[in-house]
Design a protein around this ligand. Sequence first.
Ligand code: NAP
Length: 329
Amino acid sequence: MPRAFITGITGQDGQHLAEFLHGKGYEVFGMVKGQNNPKMTAMRDEFPYVEPVPGDLADLPSIVKALELSQPDEVYNLAAISFVAMSFNQAELTANITGTGVLRMLDAVRIVGGSQNNAIRFYQASSSEMFGQVRQTPQTEMTPFHPRSPYGCAKVFGHDITVNYRESYGLFACSGILFNHEGPRRGLEFVTRKVTNSVARIKLGIQDEIVMGNLDSKRDWGYAGDYVKAMWAMLQQDEPDDYVIATGQTHSIEDLVERAFAEVGIEDWRPYVRQDPKFYRPAEVDLLIGDATKAHRQLGWKPEVDFPTLISMMVKHDLALETAKLRRR
Ligand code: NAP
């Protein structure tokens, strides 16, 4: 039975990946931070097959212990301070976890994986936010980085150090440059889920309006359940490499809002949406659109869920969730 170790197991992608790897017959270990992580109970209920292992990306000895205990064949480093807006307020923490945390993971893999054959295969969760002020459209593996947030800067370090450890020490280390991917498990702080959840609450009469930032930014949005399959496929190749994972289609935040309201039968969404500059980023990323040709060719990967289906899935989930909460009141 192959063994996988996932950091960020309590996050959106960690949950999808755990489910996917379990379905493939893996024994799954998940690193959980904190002495009494509030997400643990829900995780144990939904994913009883995941073996939780304590550890923190800020603490190298804890990562080494976690890897010694789980003895994985594959390590997926999904943990991060992942919310761009928060990274502006907590830039040093973001650099330490999202950036230097990758270096700690790679060193732990070297220590536990052994220098002889470096048997552990490593996946790093890189991000399209590294492209920031884009130098070329669409963005490929060769597009230069120009990050526009502390999050993007930290991800560039994590990406570069992954490539460096692969080239310097022969680690089987891959970096997936993933464009935005969403789903009902997305945190409520992220714009897609904020919109779909607010639309559900407005429809049910629990909330009056959504307060938004920039509606003009454009993103390449896919479904998280599709994207974790690409992570796994990267680690099954003969040689480690980096891949852009994207749908190749872009939509504005206004498109997202319009589609989410249409899903609940509200055609004129403007009376329900207020813009507030406090939600604008200090430096904006205007347009992201990825070219995943290399992943199509080499991994045989293609996205299956399109944008309208994704938003519909999220709105339906949030309607059911908020209705259930109303009934419990
Ligand atoms: P997420 O839902 O925000 O999950 C982040 C995870 O990191 C959580 O499990 C969190 O644990 C964990 N974590 C935070 N600080 C930690 C620390 N110091 N030590 C150990 N664990 C820590 O993120 P996601 O959407 O699943 O994304 C997964 C990865 O892909 C992230 O690295 C993200 O930056 C990257 N990425 C995401 C997207 C996207 O669109 N979703 C796109 C490109 C790249 P707690 O729950 O206990 O806080």
